[in-house]
Ligand binder design. Sequence first.
Ligand code: AMP
Ligand code: MG
Length: 353
Amino acid sequence: MKTELVRVDPARVEDSLDAIRRGGEILKKGGLVAFPTETVYGLGGDALNPEASKKIYAAKGRPSDNPLIVHIADLDHLAPIVKRVPEAAKKLAQAYWPGPLTMIFEKTDLVPYETSGGLATVAVRMPVHPVAAALIEAAGGYIAAPSANTSGRPSPTLAQHVIEDLDGKIDMIIDGGQVDIGLESTIVDFTEEVPVILRPGYINRQMLEEVLGEVKIDPGILDANANKGIRPKAPGMRYRHYAPRCDLTVVEGRQEAVVAKINELSKKARKAGRKVGVIAADETRQLYRADDIRDIGSRTEDETIARHLFEILRDFDADGVEIAFSESFDTPRMGMAIMNRLLKAAGHQVIHV
Ligand code: AMP
Ligand code: MG
């Protein structure tokens, strides 16, 4: 299949209405279009068309029991696809939609089981990105879109990443430049008595508590073993994720001890002829000796760290890095989201110093 690549400036979507309309037509006919959102690039198909959802799983190589998030652009489009919206969820929508927040409800029959991964519930998000919003409208209101990467690889934050993984497998890629947040949406489950955070994101625990009062956190978010033996609520959290090809280890502890440990391990690996990468904060990058040292951003701006994490993991692959070490980024605002992705990327390989 030839994949059409179009460039749309998010600040001037009105100049690209032809391309958006064409993307909408492809989706209405059951085709696939990758597009930018504020979190990561999404791989879109018509959420109400089971055949489109099947194509999404096939293009990504995604296990078909890992449900897709349904994206809407209009609050009126929520009611037809969910059985009930609790008051708390309405308040949350008012506070953070459109935005990087996904909520889980019981689904109606309008949502095919192919889209919900066989579950009786559906995940819904209303993105704020102008290209995403315009495309959803053009497609008829409902786009199922997981991240536009091959299953297991780091999520795409640039159109180039989507091209790497999906060129030739989908109908169209809309290039809207680098995404803003760089980590997937926060997922909150509203099918329990008390809302539960299933996946941390830009909308952090404090922001949720400000609106909801009590919120629970799925224990599996930072601890690989917490849900062993239990069926995880977000099936996707069970799979190996975000993984670069290199062997990645997170080193945590006091700053000087972390630097010393990473340099020691880097020296040993390089002596053995391995290419070594390091992910470091702006504040410490000068202190390392390795083949490929990446400055992920300042610890005082964790939004920058979040935006660059997946890109760096992909750059390591492109660069042939074999062994990589990362500092830990347990920052106050986005730390939980960053560490959830980083620990998964590292297969929970952590050294405490
Ligand atoms: P992605 O679209 O790649 O960000 O992946 C979507 C995430 O949402 C996966 O972790 C899914 O398991 C999760 N998800 C989607 N729908 C549901 C649902 N109905 N219940 C629980 N988790 C869901
Ligand atoms: Mg994904």
